[in-house]
Every structure is written in structure tokens, then in C-alpha cells.
Design a protein around this ligand. Sequence first.
Ligand code: GLU
Length: 326
Amino acid sequence: MKKNILVIMFILSLVMVVSWSGRSDAANTRFYTIGTGGVTGVYYPTGGAISRIVNAKKNDYNMRLTVESTGGSVYNINAIMAGDLDFGIVQSDRQFQAIRGLAEWKDNGAQKDLRAVFSIHPESVTLLAGTDTGIKSIRDLKGKHVNIGNPGSGQRQNSIDALTSAGINYKVDLKAEGLKAAEAPGVLLDGRIDAFFYTVGHPSGAFKEATAGTRKVSFIPIVLPDSFYLNFPYYARSVVPMSFYPNAVNDKDIPTFGVKATFVTHSRIPDEDVYHVVKEIFENFEDFKKLHPAYSVLTKESMLTGLSAPLHPGATKYFNEAGLLK
Ligand code: GLU
């Protein structure tokens, strides 16, 4: 009898030790949320690609990444600053503005705790119009019904900069909408708008959807003078490859301008955790590149360009070890 009680007590204490250590592991796990963009953009699958690679080591690092669909770059920066998100994907031009307290951050000032981690794929400011609207250039948008992007998105300010440079005041010369990028293709195909802007990597689900309907649509070139690039040093000329969108009526690649998608965080995120994120992406680089066709142009060196906020020390540590910081 005594022996039985002793055995039962031993088993109970074993169960307690096992469940306690399980609980303490779970309690030690740090959960981080990555802010992305609309589900038909490239940020959302990019957040998925980063988490997939890093979470393969979740037990070694006691850290787990999750992804949230959001309104885009400006929303992501503000939510990271407010502590509602831990990491985010943001346009390089918005990173430039936020760290200097310009544009959307004019009133709140420089976002001093924003930290750069690495940059990712190129994004193009992409304009798509119903072919029946007669729109052939950005100047033809005058008087039209155009989605320039939701507040919180990166593309909204890009559309405004391009329109302004083309002599169009978006407040008076056109009927501007502030729809989310994921809604724009459906609304264009329904004939409720004439055109929409979206700053995004290619190929993207949004343009696949918008070119797969019954309304014929065309990508519109955005050709701006050299002075535009002098005024806005973070913009560069780019093209939208038509090979990704065989259903569009265009037969040549479309000239426009663009930026880069970048991965950012807050200075409060521990160095060790940022180091592990960077290490996993860079040491599984070929696997990462396979996760989206927009990454085909990436090199490790290119992922250190387009960053204007200070590098997070966890990223600096990895780049130094890997000999990537010259
Ligand atoms: N560039 C867009 C933005 O910052 C998002 C693009 C995407 O989701 O891929 O709002």
C-alpha cells in the first residue's frame, strides 16, 4: 500500500514537472506581429515568407512571428511606433519621410525609434485604367474617377506626387477615391471607377485579378521629367513587366517609377531577436527567394540598400558577421 502511494506520488510529481516546464517554455515564447498590406499585394505573402523561414526555428529561439493584413506602409509605421505591431513592411520612401518627420509625419515629427532591418523587393507605382475610358497618360486622368489609395497606404502619397507633377490637383481636378488596394480591382471591373494607382511588387494578386475580368484594362505609363526625380530623391525610374499579366491589352513593358519594400521595426525589440530574424532570412536566402517571383532580382547586397532609418543593432550584428557591411 505504502509502496503504491509512493509510486503514485512519484508519477504525480513527474507530471507536474513536465507540465510546468511546458508552461514555462510557452510563457517564455516571444510573439511578434508583422504588419503587411492588403491580401492581394506582395507585402502579405512577404510577411508569410519571413515568418515561415524564421518560425522553422521557433523552438530554438523561443520566438514566433505572426502576420497581419493592414492598410499599408503608413499604417504599419504608426502601429509600430504605438506598440501595436512589432515589425512591418514599408515603402523605402515612407521610411525616409518617417525618420525625418516629413509628409504624413509633419505634425508628429521624426519617428526616432524606427529601425531598419533589411530591404526586400522593388515596387512600382502602377496605374491601371479601363481601356474604354480613353486614358493613355497620367495627364488624361483630369476629370476622371480615380482611386489614389486609402489613407494609411504608401501609394496614396505616390499618386499625389505623380499627379501634382503632371499638373493635376487631386482635390479639384479629379474625383479621387480612398479605397483599399484589395477593393480597387473589383470596383474598376464593375465600372465604378475609371482607374486606380497601386504601389506594389510584381506580379501581384491585385493586378492578376484586375486583368482577368470582362472589362478590358490597360497599364498606363507614368513618364515624368528629370525634375521629379531631383525633387524626390527616393524615387527611381522602373518598369512593370507585362509578362506577368498576359490578359492586359498592353504588349510592351510599362515605364513608371518606384521604390523598395523594406522591413522595419522599433528600437525596443531585443537585439537577439532581430539578429535571429536576419540570420534566418540571409542563411536560407535561396529558399526565401523561391517563395515569391518578385524576389527573383534580390541579392544579399541589394537587401542593404534603400534604408534611411538607423539599422537595428541586431541587424548590424549579423551584417558585420556576414561581412556585408563595408
Ligand atoms: N506599397 C503598398 C503600401 O505601402 C503595399 C503593397 C503591398 O501590399 O504589397 O501601402
